[in-house]
Write a protein that binds this ligand. Structure first.
Ligand SMILES: Nc1ncnc2c1ncn2[C@@H]1O[C@H](COP(=O)(O)OP(=O)(O)OP(=O)(O)O)[C@@H](O)[C@H]1O
Ligand SMILES: [Mg+2]
Length: 216
C-alpha cells in the first residue's frame, strides 16, 4: 500500500537518512525502533508527507506523493493519513470533541455525520464521558486517546505514531497499545509506530530497526 524507495534526507551537513526502503501493507502494524538520532522521526515525517526527502520517492497505492501539487498533497494527507505525536498537540482552546472533529471539518463533511463518527470513536476509545472538557482538564492517557480519535476521524488508510506512549505510565501505555490492535481489527487501518517501548515494538506484526539513517 505504502512504499518508500531510496529516501535520503540531510539537515545541512548531517546526512540523516541514507537510502531508506520500506513497504507497509494494508492493515499492517509496523514498529520502528532504534537509538536516539537514528532518523526515526525524520523518516516518519517523510512517510507522512509532513516533510520532503532530498531524493527518493514515497508511493501510496502507486501514486508518487511528492509529485502531487501543494493543495492535492494537503487533501491527500487530510484524507489518507493520521498522525499521533508524543505530546498529543491538542488545541487547548477547544474541547476534546472539537479537537477530534477538526480534521473532518477541514475535509468539509456534514456536521451531523462528523458528530456521529466522533461519538463512535470516543465510545471505542473509552472517552465519551470526557468530550466536553478541554485538554488541560483531561489526564495524559485521556488526552492521548483524544489525539488517537482525531487521527482516525477521517478514516485514514495509515496512522503514523511517534512515541505515542512515551509520555504515559505503564498502565496507560499498555491500554493505548492494546487500542491500536483493537482499532486495526475494527477499522482496518495500518499503523506505523516509532517507539522506545520494547513491549509495544514486539507486539507489532513486524519490527523495523533503524541504525544510523538506514534500516537494518
Ligand atoms: N529540523 C532539523 N534540523 C536539523 N537537524 C535535525 C532536524 N530534525 C532532526 N535533526 C537531526 O537529525 C538526526 C535524526 O533526528 P530524528 O529526530 O529523526 O531522530 P530519532 O531517531 O527520531 O531520535 P529520538 O529517538 O531521539 O526521537 C538527529 O541528529 C537530529 O538532531
Ligand atoms: Mg524521534
Amino acid at each position: 500500500m505504502l512504499k518508500a524507495k531510496g529516501i535520503h534526507k540531510s539537515y545541512g551537513k548531517l546526512h540523516v537518512l541514507k537510502g531508506v526502503d520500506l513497504e507497509i501493507n494494508k492493515s499492517e502494524i509496523v514498529s520502528i525502533v532504534g537509538s536516539s538520532g537514528a532518523g526515526k522521526s525524520t523518516l516518519l515525517h517523510i512517510l507522512g508527507t509532513l516533510d520532503q526527502p532530498d531524493s527518493g520517492e514515497v508511493f501510496m497505492n502507486g501514486t508518487s506523493l511528492f509529485s502531487l501539487k501543494g493543495d492535492q498533497l494537503a487533501k491527500f494527507r487530510n484524507e489518507q493519513i493520521g498522525f499521533i505525536f508524543q505530546f498529543h498537540n491538542l488545541l487547548p482552546e477547544f474541547t476534546a470533541l472539537e479537537n477530534i472533529q477538526i480534521p473532518a471539518f477541514i475535509q468539509g463533511k456534514k456536521p451531523d455525520h462528523i458528530h456521529k463518527r466522533a461519538q463512535e470513536l470516543a465510545e471505542l476509545l473509552g472517552i465519551s464521558h470526557r468530550l466536553e472538557h478541554k485538554p488541560n482538564s483531561l489526564s495524559g492517557g485521556e488526552q492521548q486517546r483524544v489525539a488517537v480519535a482525531r487521527a482516525l476521524i477521517n478514516n485514514p488508510a495509515v496512522v503514523f505514531a511517534d512515541e505515542p506512549s512515551g509520555n504515559l505510565d505503564t498502565a496507560n501505555a499498555r491500554l493505548l497499545h492494546e487500542l491500536f490492535f483493537t482499532l486495526r481489527k475494527e477499522l482496518g487501518q495500518a499503523f506505523v509506530i516509532v517507539t522506545h517501548n520494547e513491549e509495544l515494538a514486539e507486539m507489532a506484526d513486524r519490527k523495523v530497526i533503524m541504525q544510523d539513517g538506514k534500516i537494518l
